[in-house]
Design a protein around this ligand. Structure first.
Ligand code: SIN
Length: 304
């Protein structure tokens, strides 16, 4: 075939039709955070109108529960990428084979080896807040769920800021805090067997950073507390004891019961939360029960 014929054939290739709209329902959850989406199949490419509706719902509710998602890892990644660049977790030991964008969160041991990070989320945190560009949001997809336990708790940090007593609000005004991946790493190594020793290369990837204690959400414009027990080590410019006391008060206020939504997982749930608005905690799973989820994490902006 001559080159000009080949070019002509390529030009004639039909343009695929745009993705069709899907009929789905949005049901706000009772409580301070979250909405359920029923009837949306994330295995299909979303039309731009459906994507806009999902995006707006995410900004309004901070956490979306997509029920019954029978999707592959590649479809999970493709949907996540519509919101931004994906972050690759420093613990490459727990990447899903051939999908470094997916971190396996699991308490399962196979052939004497952990299949995933078993103690992920043991302390309240916002994912990857220890980077200059922390995460916009994370998508956690249930693969295998225990018959008991295994919930994930989310605290609304906009509400936490809005309800901060005046003295605390004044104390944090204009302050910055240091976030470090290593804040609890040694303690977690002592408490369980999930955490490998980090190589020099891994340590180099997680140098501590500083962020404002109160950040402004870049899309909804609301202020939120941005500190967490899991990754925040100290407040800059304060003596150690004052910094410790202020952080402890902020941590306790953040996770008051009225700020919290507890997610009880159902088979094939995919939960997409906003790390700029929420912190979260793994509620714990009895050791003898298996739990496995896949997580992607979207990069966000530098907090301001
Ligand atoms: C995480 O912190 O990303 C995991 C939360 C969970 O396992 O429930």
């Amino acid at each position: 075939m001559s080159q000009s014929n080949a070019v002509r054939r390529e030009e004639a290739a039909p343009v695929p039709p745009p993705p069709a709209a899907q009929a789905f329902e949005l049901r706000p959850l009772a409580g301070p955070v979250g909405a359920e989406l029923i009837g949306l199949d994330l295995g299909r490419e979303l039309s731009s109108a459906d994507f806009k509706r999902v995006h707006q719902a995410h900004l309004d509710h901070h956490l979306l529960v997509f029920r019954d998602q029978r999707i592959t890892p590649q479809q999970h990644i493709d949907f996540s990428r519509r919101f931004g660049r994906l972050m690759i977790h420093v613990l490459h030991q727990f990447h899903l084979a051939n999908y470094p964008e997916i971190l396996i969160v699991s308490n399962i041991i196979e052939n004497g080896q952990p299949v995933g990070l078993g103690d992920a989320g043991k302390y309240w945190h916002s994912d990857i807040s220890y980077k200059e560009l922390p995460s916009l949001g994370s998508l956690l997809h249930a693969q295998e769920l225990p018959a008991q336990g295994g919930d994930t708790l989310f605290a609304n940090m906009h509400l936490a800021y809005d309800t901060l007593p005046a003295a605390l609000r004044n104390a944090v005004e204009g302050k910055r805090a240091v976030h470090s991946y290593l804040a609890k790493y040694g303690q977690l190594q002592k408490e369980g067997n999930w955490r490998p020793n980090l190589s020099a290369q891994q340590v180099a990837q997680v140098q501590a950073v500083s962020h404002p204690v109160v950040r402004t959400h870049p899309e909804n414009g609301r202020r939120a507390l941005f500190v967490s027990e899991g990754f925040t080590t100290h407040i800059e410019g304060l003596p150690e004891d004052e910094s410790r006391q202020l952080l402890d008060e902020l941590f306790a206020h953040s996770v008051r019961p009225e700020h919290i939504y507890r997610h009880r997982w159902q088979p094939h749930d995919l939960v997409f939360w906003d790390n700029r608005s929420l912190i979260h905690l793994a509620g714990g799973t009895p050791d003898h029960l298996r739990r496995k989820l896949y997580r992607t994490t979207i990069e966000g902006d530098a907090p301001f």
